[in-house]
Design a protein around this ligand. Sequence first.
Ligand code: PNW
Length: 478
Amino acid sequence: MTNYNRREIGKALGAATALAAGGTIAAGAQAAPIDLDFPKDFKWGCATAAYQIEGAAKEDGRGPTNWDVFSHTPGKVANGDTGDVACDSYHRYAEDTQLLKNLGVSTYRMSLAWSRIFPEGRGKPNPKGVDHYNRVIDNLLENGIDPYVTMFHWDLPAALPGGWQNRDTAKAFADYSGFMAGKLSDRVKHFMTVNELRCFTDLSHMQGIHAPGLKLPPAGVNQVRHHGVLAHGLAVQAIRANAKPGVVVGLADNTTMRVPVIETAEHIEAAKKAIREDNAMFLTAIMEGKYLDSYLAEQGAAAPKVQAGDMAAIASPLDFVALNIYTPDYVRADPSSPKGYEVLPHLSFSPRMASPWLYVGPEVLYWGPRYVSELWGPKALYISENGCSADDPLVHGRVDDSDRVMYLRNYLTHMHRATAEGYPLKGYFLWSLMDNFEWADGYTKRFGIHYVDFATQKRIPKLSAAWYKELIARNRVV
Ligand code: PNW
């Protein structure tokens, strides 16, 4: 692949020739060698998730979830915050649609609350839950916004015995996903199964910082991971079996991303190898239909217990892969290490945003799509989440989040390189439409491009919303 496409080279050459011939460049026109336009049919959107925005935790028959239990357990979430009310989007969804419409986005990534549909995770469906999502989706479509629906964004029905430690949960998830695909696929054309495998497995069952807050030994963690990828694969099959023709299915994964420290062949190869191996239990298994020998050897007796047919289900072909990309680690080739690569530690002054884990590394929005394309050749790619937390002081009724604009502009400049080099990137969803319940950080970390005053539920567009609107209108980095 070449670095710049023909049109860009042509434009740059054209400008250079005009100057060489003694001509001038018209005022306002740029002599820039790189054209920052995105492909014409590129989809711009925003993303949210049910538990983070809906509230209405006990309304219309919604069953309790692991996050209701966790957030109501003292000491688990900052300030004792819960998603009981959140952004109250269960009632204010029409207002939120207008925020989207005002930005000019053509797409919206949202998730369904499983326990609104099956309050106990399985069994008899709750028609009021289905009605709610019918209303939300109809309202989006009436406003020209195409919904991309995630089936599971971490809010697991609390009634499911053993949660993700129990293999039966994967089956219950597939049944629920198939049921909802049947209800919505006359209008919804893009489904994502699960959101961020590593978060609802490792953060929740190994590190214990997300619901249900467990610190299992390695065998238990690996089994939860296996049930996570199995749930995804079974859901792909169930969605296909129940959906109308023309529906496409993928997942939204936060694949651990690596960026080469220097753009030379040896470091580029090292970072690619790191991505394949460090995601062995997640995207690598899904795309290759097997667990890498290196992962199995490393885990030894703690390796997951796999039943006949599991790997084939896990590797069910996908129509697209969507990536949640926030932050990379830098990798260099290290011929002296057995793996052949070294992941460099972040330094005390490495730039980062308001969340301690959110190191700034805009190149990842180029390398992520490139590596996933080179390793597994997905038919299509999306960025299903990207964005950042920031301080966001509200001053005289305004939030001038120039730091978020800086972050986004840099990331999207690198994403532009991925589209210009021809990787099959079809769209981008900014996290998030508005400030919301940021999991264990409660309401202390704001990721929105609309400020939410949680006392009044007023939504106020930040400077970054104006910036994103301009970018969408011009379909180029601004
Ligand atoms: C994602 N980390 O979570 C989720 O999909 C969103 O629900 C969330 O609000 C958003 O990113 C911002 O955090 C992550 O520790 C949570 O690396 C934690 C990490 C990454 C992503």
